[in-house]
Design a protein around this ligand. Structure first.
Ligand SMILES: *Cc1c(COP(=O)(O)O)cnc(C)c1O
Length: 366
């Protein structure tokens, strides 16, 4: 017997998540100068980190031999104040990925089912599968969530529905009216995870009132991250906002020190740094225009998106990806999403976007 067979079949069947290629890895593989590599593959903040968050981490470093505050008191207080929720409604995560995993493990067992959309964030099927529950994938509509089909797909065994808004990797945004209709029609004993990893990038008039929805629909769990617009991807911090009852359950399976002390300190400071957030959104809007204008000019079809990335269609994406890697540009292939003819590019700094456009133009000539 192989030792792998000690694991249940549903664990052995998991296909590992494929992250964006790190700069150091490409530099090694291609013998390139890491300083010249442009990484537009993981929807990271091209501005880096807020100076206030960096200063907070440097202060916190003095106490790094101590365990972090396992209750995350200051960070929860900051979140409660900023978003108008009670502290008992908050769950802190080692990135929001950690929260998605915790939510799945807290509620799903073999025999249960969970609904998500085709082309939705890849972590949902992974998190569901790791519990032994059954994933129900619902066909997308124009690359976005078909909310009425998702409602219809809910079975008596369904405990969780996952909605990414905006979605990654397609960038699509659901209409608020459609979401409210979904919340109204969804059985009250089914949890709805509303993953808002990119909500900060939305123009204020487009940003849904998800906190208002949470007050009205206690089966909603909102997840947010500090990895994208707040620029703390490497530190791993996210949080979930839910009804006190749901948050209490998820908190029971949270590792006591899942968010480290540097991350807690940096997150508190980052949440306060409105100026850095504004600049991140501004640079993203500019870069989005720069890249989509180039797509239009070159006749490259793309999915209009609302996050800090764009997915475009390009025939043989594997070949184009290879071409780009050889020239030091890292984008994200979407084969894992069953989109073998598409690539996702994250919005970078103006000069990074220009380099991506230059290499794409070069590729189209050969
Ligand atoms: C990036 C992303 C996350 C997870 O980010 P963390 O770094 O784990 O906080 C969650 N959901 C979506 C849709 C994402 O794109």
């Amino acid at each position: 017997m192989s030792l792998a067979e000690l694991a249940p079949q549903y664990i052995r069947a998991i296909a590992p998540y494929q992250p964006g290629k790190p700069i150091s890895e490409l530099a090694r593989e291609m013998g390139l100068d890491p300083a010249k590599i442009v990484k537009l593959a993981s929807n990271e903040n091209p501005l880096g980190i807020s100076p206030k968050a960096r200063a907070a981490m440097e202060r916190e470093l003095a106490d790094i031999s101590r365990y972090p505050d396992g209750n995350g008191f200051e960070l929860k207080a900051k979140i409660a104040q900023k978003f108008g929720v009670e502290q008992k409604q908050i769950v802190l995560g080692n990135g929001s990925n950690d929260l998605l995993e915790m939510i799945a493990h807290a509620f799903l067992v073999p025999g249960d089912s969970s609904v998500y959309s085709q082309y939705a964030f890849a972590v949902y099927p992974l998190a569901v599968q790791a519990t032994g529950a059954r994933g129900i994938q619902v066909r997308a509509i124009d690359y976005g969530h078909d909310l009425s089909a998702m409602r219809a797909a809910i079975e008596p065994s369904t405990k969780i529905v996952w909605i990414a808004n905006p979605n990654n990797p397609t960038g699509t945004l659901a209409r608020p009216g459609d979401l409210v209709e979904f919340f109204e029609q969804c059985p009250k004993n089914v949890l709805i995870v509303l993953d808002e990893a990119y909500t900060e990038y939305l123009a204020p008039e487009r940003r849904p009132d998800s906190l208002g929805w949470l007050k009205k629909y206690p089966n909603i769990i909102i997840t947010r991250t500090l990895s994208k617009a707040y620029g703390l991807a490497g530190l791993r911090v996210g949080f979930a906002l839910a009804s006190p009852e749901v948050a209490d359950i998820v908190n029971r399976i949270r590792q006591p020190f899942n968010v480290n002390s540097l991350a807690q300190a940096a997150a508190c400071a980052a949440l306060d740094d409105e100026e850095f957030l504004r600049e991140s959104v501004r640079i993203n809007n500019e870069g989005m225009k720069q890249i989509t204008a180039a797509f239009v000019r070159m006749g490259v079809p793309f999915i209009p998106g609302y996050g800090n990335f764009v997915t475009f269609h390009c025939g043989d994406a594997q070949m184009l990806n290879r071409f780009m890697l050889e020239r030091g540009v890292i984008v994200r292939p979407l084969g894992g999403y069953n989109m073998p003819n598409s690539l996702r590019v994250s919005i970078g700094l103006p000069e990074e976007n220009a380099r991506f456009i230059e290499v794409l133009e070069e590729a189209m000539k050969v």
